[in-house]
Design a protein around this ligand. Sequence first.
Ligand code: THU
Length: 138
Amino acid sequence: MSDDPARLIEAALAVRLNAYAPYSHFLVGAAIEAEDGQIYAGCNVENVTFGLTRCAEQVAVARAVSEGARRFRRIAIATDADPPAVPCGMCRQVLVEFCEDLEILLVNTQGAIRRERLQALLPGAFRPADLLEREPRP
Ligand code: THU
């Protein structure tokens, strides 16, 4: 794999244009790179009930997992916010399900790139091991 994130960022910016966001008008694109280099992209999909809205990151992860990918190297998240927007709390928790840590590239349409780490954005997370590695109950 190449360390150059250009392809991943391009995928996040491209899928952002498919965002269905008639209520917020806030278009988000996310592209997550699996360990084998495969890229899975998703955009936010809003709903008139608001509460059923799905964030771009969650859609990208769902697409990846549906295709059999569960181990990831990094994710790019694209908005037009300046500075680039960070993922919401729910999305951080969705990422933690599959990644102990993850590089997060926050980008915007103006070309800014901010590098973050999942561990820094969600310290002290409730993790799969917290359930799966418990002592068996008596
Ligand atoms: N949104 C995302 O797609 N990802 C986030 O991490 C934050 C918020 C979407 C949800 C909604 O469609 C719009 O941005 C405004 O909140």
